[in-house]
Design a protein around this ligand. Structure first.
Ligand code: AMP
Length: 171
């Protein structure tokens, strides 16, 4: 089973992905983590990716599509993905063929409140607004690409309610 989880920063993706991965024995694949790991090494690719990530821009489509293709090739057909794809070009270059796409829907005002409470260094007020705005554009694009497999979940509910709703749709 191949699952994609979509949602803006603060929507609860990480929590739900961990629960789904454990319950269904799926390998979590997180694009941001793959890129952070490469950025922590040495070499031209690392330097390039580090600079782009620091700027908040997106890494180029060819690079991320190649990386994700290699990663999915290693894990087989049971995974849960976060952070890929983010552009229609990426979908065209490499589409993993998701069985289900979950979108954790949370109003922007609620997200801002949640993230202020979280107190992470990259959650400062100005940065929150920017990250939400930039990621909202990506998200709308991707929601459009996956209409056929899309399940919208009310992300304002509590963790267990959200998880049961997801489970109902995996059965
Ligand atoms: P994330 O951990 O998902 O917030 O990703 C952190 C950073 O990695 C983003 O701000 C982008 O610079 C880069 N990134 C993650 N996923 C992608 C992707 N699918 N395409 C391009 N850049 C990405």
């Amino acid at each position: 089973m191949k699952i994609l989880v979509l949602g803006l920063p603060g929507s609860g993706k990480t929590t739900q992905i961990d629960k789904i991965a454990e319950t269904y024995g799926l390998k979590p694949i997180r694009m941001g983590n793959i890129l952070r790991e490469i950025a922590s090494k040495e070499g031209d690719l690392a330097t390039k990716i580090k600079a782009i990530m620091a700027s908040g821009e997106l890494v180029d489509d060819v690079t991320v599509a190649e990386l994700i293709k290699a990663e999915t090739g290693k894990v087989g057909d049971n995974f849960i993905m976060e952070g890929y794809p983010r552009t229609t070009e990426q979908v065209e270059m490499f589409d993993p063929g998701f069985d289900k796409v979950f979108y954790l829907e949370v109003p922007v005002e609620v997200l801002k409140q949640r993230m202020k409470g979280r107190g992470r260094a990259d959650d400062l007020e100005g940065a929150i607004e920017t990250r939400i705005r930039v990621q909202k554009e990506d998200l709308d694009t991707i929601l459009n690409c996956y209409k056929a497999q899309l399940v919208r979940i009310d992300g304002t509910k509590n963790i267990d309610e959200i998880f049961s709703q997801i489970q109902e749709n995996i059965k």
